[in-house]
Design a protein. Structure first.
Lengths: 707, 80
């Protein structure tokens, strides 16, 4: 059977449901968001289609380009999308437009039509438009645009099959010319140029009309291309005349603006023709919600309350399954010990693998709840309201309201947050955001916080402590931003103009995809990276063996009669063994650096292991503190062991250190990519470690003074 | 008159945008274009940011940008 590959470039403005549409077509997992610039990466999906008349196999490859309002160089997304459309190879464009915001969406459609490529328009969210009472004559729209228009809805699956069929149909048909019609004075000049090309029998890859339009728009690439062509000498005066005429008629010399006006006239005209005017003013409930949520006085308290609720929920609701998981892994470790006896193997399995991985998996419920919250904020459209509320405040700290999106994403994971910072246009805004993102505690640090908050403040206060940690971290970040803006990155301010998408009820499927994806990532990390790290740490903490030391203690233990005394000696032995292990040696070596903060070698080692990933801190502690434990004793819980070994000032200093220092290896790699220079990564490392040490030192001594 | 002088609930027609080409283009691509009507939907504390509606879409603008948009308020029409 014949196989055909069709490469489709999916283009649309933000919030038109582009990714949902892909999900509906290809049933592939993709991140979908209700915020400008959530979909930044190119992602490709394959789907098969059987043509009705020939029934040939088609493979449609869809490249989901970032949502853009226009094809300019304003933001990173626009650059990516424009670059792709102009230089990459693809067969046709599918332009997704939001039926409820036809006019604005058609502005982009007009620009896309100018590219002169094959195109299909997906009139998406048609179900929502109908609910709002908007009736669109899509056949008429197709007439005006000169390309097929398919009414679709990702939610109800309407038009999905038809869209696939249209893609194949358009793919098979030859190229047609753009139907976008300009004002007469521009059309005249286009005609004149086209006539000239015809007369000269000029060989052009693109249709004459498009060539003429691009010349009139002063498209740099086409000028470069034609500059060395002999025809250029004759073309130049013609072009100069044409432009002069256009300037004269338009009354201005700004070509971008002249063509923007043309697109606007086109979009408005098209809308007027396809929507019956009485249906155009549909009220929706977004306004009512906005009256409350972005209220001058209530907006920010509501936002803070929602965030507080989220952290409370993360802790209290998460506690239930956590107890089960804890018990489950405890049971597993016991089983391993019974099954494998008392040897090395039992130790590596029970203490190393099960202990380490268990300590990380334990926090899965917390992470799921937090990501659920963030996904809800994102998909309902609340996120951009918060950007609106916070911009005034953020602006004072030298941040952009839009920085809020990467910053909140940072509460989930710093890695995607670094990538989300691409939505910021100005370089200084972006760099500042990148630098301070680490202050916004990622979910991988939750285990550490939960562990310490639970151990030192009790379960009933842990939610509040967690909230406090996040707030303090965020404030530190803002202060850092102010310092960076004042002394290091003094750049132009990025203008703040942003669409506020309609509120949407999040679809369960979407939320499920996002959250399960994150949860799987976390588990995968626990199963691979953290498993390996656990075994490594187990190894470093049990080797080299010290037979003399052991023999010496065994003798002592045997001589002692009292059970209590025996136990003490046993513990002493375990501690001594640990101290002399490789891990202990590393810890001892770096102990002086951490000593002013009250950290012993075990905490030092945990912090160093945490450079790889924050989850590793807890698993390291799990290994370090469980080895010293009387095996199988009642007090197997890590929290209890911590409380016995660490005092409050040290615990607080430790939390502060973890809050501030660099998140993980992966984040460093992404930071490097996004910031674009090793130098910046060096600064970041120095800044975070320095700040962590100083603030941790301050916290340690302050707490000591107070208690 | 510029946009920042309007109050919540005011409607006006966009007259002119006095911004650099880049920002102007940005506003255009949003459909914020001379000739269009807008309605002020709300302001944040201290009027640092404002929310406007243009052609059924809501936008957030900072004060600095709103000052660049010249508008002509709509007179309340009687009987129309």
């Amino acid at each position: 059977m014949e196989k055909n590959l069709i490469r489709v470039a999916l283009v649309g403005q933000p919030n038109v449901g582009k990714s949902s549409l892909i999900n509906a077509i290809a049933k592939a997992k993709l991140h979908v968001g209700n915020f400008a610039g959530v979909t930044v990466e190119k992602s490709e999906v394959h789907t098969r289609y059987c043509d009705p008349d020939g029934c040939a196999e088609y493979e449609i490859e869809i490249v989901d380009l970032p949502g853009v309002y226009s094809l300019s160089d304003y933001s990173m997304e626009e650059r990516v999308t424009k670059e792709f459309l102009l230089t990459e190879e693809y067969d046709l464009i599918v332009n997704v437009i939001d039926a409820t915001h036809l006019q604005r969406n058609l502005l982009l459609t007009a620009e896309l039509l100018e590219l002169g490529r094959k195109m299909v328009v997906a009139l998406n969210m048609i179900d929502e438009a109908r609910e709002e009472g908007i009736v669109i004559d899509s056949a008429q729209l197709s007439q005006i645009l000169g390309v097929p228009v398919v009414e679709t809805s990702a939610r109800t699956k309407e038009g999905i099959e038809e869209l696939k069929a249209k893609i194949v149909e358009v793919y098979k048909k030859p190229q047609t010319e753009s139907k976008i019609i300009y004002s007469d004075f521009i059309e005249e000049e286009i005609d004149r140029l086209v006539e000239f090309f015809k007369a000269k029998h000029y060989r052009s890859e693109i249709p004459y009309r498009h060539l003429a339009i691009r010349l009139l728009r002063e498209d740099t690439s086409i000028y470069k291309k034609m500059h060395d062509d002999p025809i250029w000498i004759e073309l130049l005066p013609l072009l100069r005349d044409a432009l002069d005429h256009i300037y004269l008629h338009a009354g201005k010399k700004d070509l971008a603006e002249i063509f923007a006006d043309e697109h606007f006239a086109f979009a408005k005209g098209a809308k007027m023709e396809v929507i019956s005017p009485e249906h155009m003013r549909a009220k929706n409930w977004t306004q009512k919600i906005d009256n409350l949520l972005i209220n001058k006085y209530l907006g920010i308290p509501i936002f803070l309350f929602l965030m507080w609720g989220l952290f409370q929920l993360t802790f209290t609701l998460g506690q239930v399954p956590m107890d089960w998981i804890d018990a489950g892994f405890g049971w597993l470790a016991d089983q391993a010990r019974t099954l494998l006896g008392d040897g090395e193997l039992a130790s590596v399995v029970a203490d190393g693998i099960i202990g380490g991985v268990g300590a990380v998996v334990l926090f899965l419920p917390n992470i799921i709840i937090l990501f659920l919250g963030i996904a809800l904020l994102e998909t309902t459209g609340y996120m951009s309201r918060v950007a609106f509320l916070l911009d005034g405040f953020f602006h004072k700290f030298g941040l952009h309201g839009k920085s809020f999106i990467p910053l909140v994403t940072g509460f989930g994971c710093t890695v995607p947050a670094y990538m989300a910072a691409r939505t910021l246009k100005s370089r200084s805004d972006r760099l500042i955001t990148l630098f301070i993102l680490g202050f916004f505690s990622c979910s991988a640090r939750i285990p550490v916080y939960v562990l310490f908050a639970g151990a030192f403040f009790g379960a009933e206060h842990a939610g509040n402590i967690l909230f406090l940690i996040y707030i303090v971290g965020a404030l530190l970040g803002l202060i850092a931003a102010k310092i960076l803006r004042t002394y290091f990155f003094k750049g132009e301010d990025d203008p703040f103009v942003m669409e506020m998408p309609k509120y949407r009820l999040p679809s369960l499927k979407l939320i499920y995809h996002v959250v399960s994806g994150q949860a799987m990532d976390y588990l995968k990390k626990a199963g691979t990276f953290i498993l390996a790290a656990s075994v490594l740490i187990w190894f470093a903490s049990t080797y080299p063996k010290q037979p003399e030391l052991e023999a010496q203690y065994r003798q002592k233990i045997e001589q002692v009669q009292q059970e209590e005394k025996r136990q003490m000696l046993e513990n002493e032995l375990q501690t001594k063994k640990l101290e002399r292990s490789y891990l202990g040696q590393i810890g001892k070596l770096t102990e002086p650096f951490f000593a002013p903060l009250g950290f012993d070698w075990r905490l030092s080692v945990a912090l160093e292991a945490g450079l790889a990933a924050k989850e590793v801190i807890v698993s390291t502690m799990g290994v370090l503190y469980s080895l010293g434990d009387e095996v199988n004793g009642e007090s197997s819980s890590l929290q209890k062991r911590l409380k016995e070994n660490i005092d409050l000032p040290t615990a607080i200093a430790f939390i502060v250190f973890v809050m501030i220092y660099i998140p993980c290896l992966a984040s460093m790699a992404v930071f490097l990519r996004e910031a674009g220079s090793w130098r910046y990564l060096g600064y970041l490392f120095l800044m975070t470690t320095g700040a962590a040490w100083l603030l941790s030192f301050a916290a340690y001594n302050l707490t000591k003074l107070l208690i | 008159m510029v946009l920042t002088e309007l109050k919540k609930g005011d409607r006006a027609q966009i007259k002119k945008i006095n911004a650099d080409p880049e920002l102007k283009h940005r506003l255009h691509s949003f459909g914020i274009i001379p000739g269009e009507e807008l309605e002020v939907k709300g302001c944040s504390l201290a009027r640092q940011t404002m929310e406007i509606e243009v052609d059924g879409t809501l936008f957030a603008l900072r004060k600095e940008e709103a000052e660049k948009i010249e508008v002509e308020p709509e007179k309340p029409l009687s009987g129309a």
